[in-house]
Design a protein around this ligand. Structure first.
Ligand code: TUI
Length: 298
């Protein structure tokens, strides 16, 4: 049996990316019901919201699912408490080092799978008890690292013995095959699941992903130290202008704050942040999660 499927007790080695606002209990349950691992994205949400979503997901699926924790969230400590209390099967983490939470989570039976943008962090995570790592290339959407999936996966696979999950640029069966050829034990898929029937994102957001061409998912805010990949629109043009003019980072971040909710919930495709990976260019239609998974495993 595949190492990742065995670890997570799932049918297919596909896990869903943690996408703030987009990845609710509905999406998580649909991916898990399709045989992958669905995740609720905690994003910057308060702990009570996360608890409600976990309870909702339990009414929608009897399969394992997880929570994605964004480590820069102001509520991260409370969210970790909820995850411990609710005995969530697995968490993935992003935008930081989850080391200080691992021991307690594992004592409660929660598996911990950090996203790592480098070989060094992959090794460190294995040494502090991570159950697997997600090696995420710069092709991914949202907050990204520097290295491409193609160079990161084999280098991480060479130095850790825990399962390696490839992320960034994977949206069909060719991407899955390539990831396995590079040494991965599984894949994480984000952008492709935005365009699923079960995803609650506004139809304008899904339409923007479908309309995106190969070079449309651009990076903004490199100068802040927290670069974010999103689909080109009025917002990214204004952010690029602010970056060129060297506007203070706090002002830049204040300007972008709340823009993800604008796109995902309000459907504002001009001034909302349309976070998506480079592979958006390959996504052409909206389908049920189970079909997306079947096609990727074909
Ligand atoms: O986290 C993501 N994607 C995200 S988080 C997010 S919310 C946000 N928005 C603006 C700025 C910052 C965050 C939107 N999309 N993907 C996983 C990921 N993790 N990408 C990169 C990293 C990462 C970076 C540094 C993981 C660990 C890390 O470690 C630094 C350290 O502490 O050693």
């Amino acid at each position: 049996m595949n190492k990742l499927c065995e670890l997570l007790q799932i049918k297919y080695p596909i896990i869903q990316g943690g996408m703030a606002w987009v990845a609710t209990a509905e999406l998580a349950a649909a991916v898990s019901n399709g045989g992958g691992l669905g995740l609720i994205a905690a994003g910057n949400a308060p702990a009570d919201w996360v608890r409600e979503q976990i309870k909702l997901a339990r009414t929608l699926t009897d399969k394992p699912f997880g929570v994605n924790v964004m480590l820069l969230s102001p509520f991260v400590d409370e969210v970790m408490e909820v995850i411990f209390d609710e005995k969530v099967a697995v968490i993935t983490t992003g935008a930081g080092n989850p080391g200080k939470y691992i021991e307690k989570l594992k004592s409660g039976g929660t598996k911990v799978i950090p996203v790592v943008p480098s070989v060094a962090l992959a090794k460190r995570m294995e040494s502090v008890g991570a159950d697997a790592v997600i090696a995420e290339g710069t092709e991914a959407g949202g907050h990204i690292g520097e290295l491409t999936t193609f160079v990161l996966i084999p280098q991480v696979a060479d130095v850790v013995s825990i399962p390696v999950i490839a992320a960034g640029g994977i949206a069909d069966s060719r991407g899955v095959k390539a990831a396995f050829a590079l040494g991965a034990d599984g894949v994480q898929v984000g952008t492709r699941f935005i365009c699923s029937n079960e995803c609650i994102a506004h139809e304008n957001y899904k339409a923007a992903v479908i309309a995106a061409k190969d070079r449309d998912a651009v990076v903004c805010g490199r100068y802040t130290g927290h670069p974010v990949r999103q689909i080109k629109n009025k917002l990214t043009k204004e952010l690029d202008k602010m970056e060129k003019e060297n506007i203070p980072v706090e002002e830049f971040e204040k300007f972008g704050a709340g823009s993800l909710q604008k796109s995902v919930i309000d459907g504002d495709a001009a001034m909302g942040s349309l976070m998506a990976g480079q592979i958006a260019g390959l996504v052409k239609e909206i389908k049920p999660c189970a079909e997306i998974i079947q096609e990727m495993m074909a």
